[in-house]
Write a protein that binds this ligand. Structure first.
Ligand SMILES: *Cc1c(COP(=O)(O)O)cnc(C)c1O
Length: 378
């Protein structure tokens, strides 16, 4: 069954008593026991809540996983996964990483004895070269941010299998609708569902899918022990968002393709990063592994002064962090989302003072282009 169809089905048959089409929000902390030593299957909402479970089962189905898990944010989800490792373990990580993840690894987990090597995971030889005797895992972003580099998951997973390393893929940008990391050999996929999955800029949430049932049991133990679970209301919002994932992503990608071409032709735009463009270095690889290119575009303007002009003069496109939702948003990575990346690394990656990042929403494409035009030329 197509992912778009599966997404609509989430929670549909949950309430057999009333036949409610959407899963109810089980806003309860605890559940009555039918008798001594008996349980309805629900005891306490940190351990299991029916609304959250509908979401967890749903994302597991979309990703072809043994189990899914929902957390209070994408960062909470990643934190839980890092707890699979112990002091002394080394991880290889995509260098062009989400700023918050970089901060979590460098400022928090190094305190607990984990070490990290940042490499360009598009360069397969560099991944192999970074393996040390203590290496236990590889953490990649399938499509990176803000430079939109695509990691060859099939190739990285072959290295991981050969060296007994756990492969975790942050698939926030592509979602199961475009790419299913577990099908390409990842052990675990992780999502900031705040972005494309929930898709309405109205909730912060994180999701994890795990391929192997035994490993999933371990992840569940951590989820329940640490307790950074997603609440019932946010689980419901995330389900509601996921139901329209297919049409949103289709529309957003269509808009992004046209906007990327328009930007590329504009005299004041000096560089456009969008993997849907033929000129993007990962275009062909991505075409083979992914069903689409998502709707994130980064671009460089010819003068730093233009950055502020565009951010302040766009009317439809909001100057705000986050991405993937129905509303188009634009940000300035150097100062906003990627301030926690060390300056030398930022410079090497190309995150500079003329780079803007645009998350294309579902608005009418001509309106978006007109908004950009008047801001650029205004
Ligand atoms: C936003 C984001 C995160 C963090 O998720 P939150 O829901 O904001 O905690 C992690 N990875 C990527 C790629 C992201 O874009």
């Amino acid at each position: 069954m197509n992912i778009a169809t599966q997404a609509v089905q989430i929670g549909l048959e949950w309430d057999t008593r009333t036949g409610a089409v959407t899963v109810p929000v089980y806003q309860t902390a605890t559940f009555r026991h039918p008798g001594l030593g008996q349980s309805t299957g629900y005891d306490y909402s940190r351990s299991c809540n029916p609304t959250r479970q509908a979401l967890e089962d749903g994302i597991a189905r979309l990703d072809g996983a043994a189990r899914g898990f929902a957390y209070s944010s994408g960062m909470a989800a990643i934190t839980n996964l890092l707890m699979l490792f112990t002091s002394g373990d080394h991880l290889i990580v995509t260098e062009d990483l989400y700023g918050g993840t970089c901060r979590l690894f460098d400022k928090i987990f190094t305190q607990y004895g984990l070490t990290f090597t940042y490499v360009d995971t598009c360069d397969i030889a560099a991944v192999t070269a970074a393996i040390q005797p203590s290496t236990k895992g590889v953490f990649v972003e399938t499509l990176t941010n803000p430079l939109l580099k695509f990691t060859d998951l099939t190739a990285v997973s072959a290295i991981c299998k050969a060296n007994n390393l756990l492969l975790i893929a942050d698939n926030t940008f592509l979602t199961p609708y475009l790419l299913r990391p577990l099908d390409l050999g990842a052990d675990i996929a992780v999502y900031s569902a705040t972005k494309y999955l929930a898709g309405h800029n109205d909730t912060v949430s994180g999701l994890v899918t795990v391929k192997d049932p035994q490993l999933a049991e371990k992840v569940y133990f951590h989820q329940n022990s640490v307790g950074a679970v997603l609440g019932p209301q946010d689980s419901w919002l995330t389900i509601r968002g996921i139901k329209t994932l297919g049409i949103r992503m289709d529309r957003q990608q269509e808009n992004a393709g046209l906007i990327a071409e328009w930007l590329a032709a504009h005299p004041r735009i000096t560089k456009v990063y969008y993997p849907g463009l033929d000129s993007h270095p990962d275009h062909d690889l991505m075409k083979r592994q992914s069903r689409g290119f998502c709707a994130m575009i980064s671009f460089e303007v010819d003068k730093h002064e233009l950055v502020e002009q565009i951010l302040l003069k766009t009317n439809l496109i909001s100057f705000a962090e986050s991405l993937g939702g129905v509303e188009s948003l634009m940000t300035f990575p150097e100062v906003q989302t990627h301030a926690d990346i060390p300056p030398e690394l930022r410079a090497r990656l190309g995150i500079n003072n003329v780079l803007l990042r645009l998350s294309v929403g579902i608005e009418d494409c001509d309106d978006l282009i007109e908004d950009l035009r008047q801001a650029l030329e205004g």
